[in-house]
Design a protein around this ligand. Structure first.
Ligand code: NDP
Length: 286
């Protein structure tokens, strides 16, 4: 039976450490690290995500703002709001919630983000610097959380074969890069990948970032492999990951549960990114 990678317990520890660091920052600078979430429309999934970020930020004593424009707002309205948030010295992190309405040019908004406030790591400057491992940049909190879990359990990925299933800019690709930078041999799989189970079966580390309940089954997993499940799916009102947990846990060496795996660590990493953003802004503002 696999060892459980307990993200909930890790998140509690990391949160404590972060709050000590944040407290010292607040006392030294008078700045309370603050995030602003920007969305167009009131889609329930967007509201639910904002609620959970609000809870996490308020619990940590960080600042939280929500800015909702109507779903039929114009590109200019959203751009103006984003410019306002970019310029506001009391806002350190900005999350543009997706999906945006079809008539909105998402690329234009992302390019307009101040990269120092881009706590999701979606601006091409951050993504490019991550890819090249140069200078200072933000990395999306979900893959950062995945790496934090591996670190906490002293799982060394150097020289190991890793398969990341999913190639989004926010989870799959940055996770693959972070593993690569730690000297894993990485394959990125996606919806057109052939023989996915056989590919995964060769891996020492399998990361699932897809959004399909039960996609990763027992036959995907080499005995003893590490399984990191980023998936968030609701089946009959119950939260489940992309991994068929019960059967995979019988063969894997290590596995993140859902809930209680990558999710709670992601929340702490968003706090971490917001504190980093606040430091970055203060150090570079004249
Ligand atoms: P996206 O929908 O942007 O990307 C999903 C990826 O999965 C795509 O690359 C897609 O391939 C691939 N895919 C889809 N179907 C298959 C399949 N049958 N076989 C192999 N690959 C497939 O999702 P995100 O990256 O934003 O999120 C992924 C999951 O992670 C979701 O469940 C999301 O809710 C969750 N998530 C979890 C977080 C956490 O804290 N744990 C935070 C953020 C997201 P293609 O590119 O070819 O379309």
């Amino acid at each position: 039976m696999a060892n459980i990678l307990d993200g909930k317990a890790l998140a509690a520890r990391l949160r404590e450490e972060l709050m000590t660091e944040a407290q010292a920052f607040i006392e030294a600078t008078g700045h309370v690290p603050t995030i602003a979430m920007l969305r167009a429309g009131d889609d329930p999934a967007l509201l639910s995500h904002a609620r959970s970020v609000r809870r996490s930020f308020e619990k940590a004593g960080f600042g939280f703002q929500e800015h909702e424009l109507p779903a039929d707002c114009s590109q200019a309205d959203l751009s103006a709001k984003l410019a306002e948030l970019n310029a506001d010295p009391h806002v350190h992190g900005i999350l543009i919630q997706e999906p945006l309405p079809n008539h909105i040019d998402e690329d234009a908004l992302i390019l307009a983000l101040d990269p120092r406030k881009d706590v999701d790591g979606v601006h091409p400057l951050n993504a490019g610097l991550l890819q090249q491992q140069r200078g200072r940049y933000h990395v999306s909190s979900t893959p950062l959380g995945g790496i934090a879990i591996l670190d906490a359990y002293n799982i060394d990925v150097k020289g190991k074969r890793a398969v990341v299933i999913g190639r989004s800019n926010i989870v799959g690709k940055p996770m693959a890069l972070l593993l690569l930078h730690r000297h894993a041999t990485v394959t990125i799989a996606h919806s057109r990948t052939q023989n996915l189970a056989a590919l995964c079966r060769e891996a020492d580390i399998v990361c699932a970032a897809v959004g399909r309940a039960g996609l990763v089954t027992r036959d995907f997993i080499k005995p003893g492999a590490v399984v990191i499940d980023f998936g968030i799916n609701f089946v009959d009102g119950k939260l489940v990951g992309d991994v068929a947990f019960d059967e995979v846990a019988e063969v894997a060496g290590w596995i993140t549960p859902v809930p209680g795996g990558t999710g709670p660590v992601t929340s702490v990493m968003l706090l971490r990114n917001t504190l980093n953003a606040a430091k970055w802004l203060l150090e570079t503002s004249s």
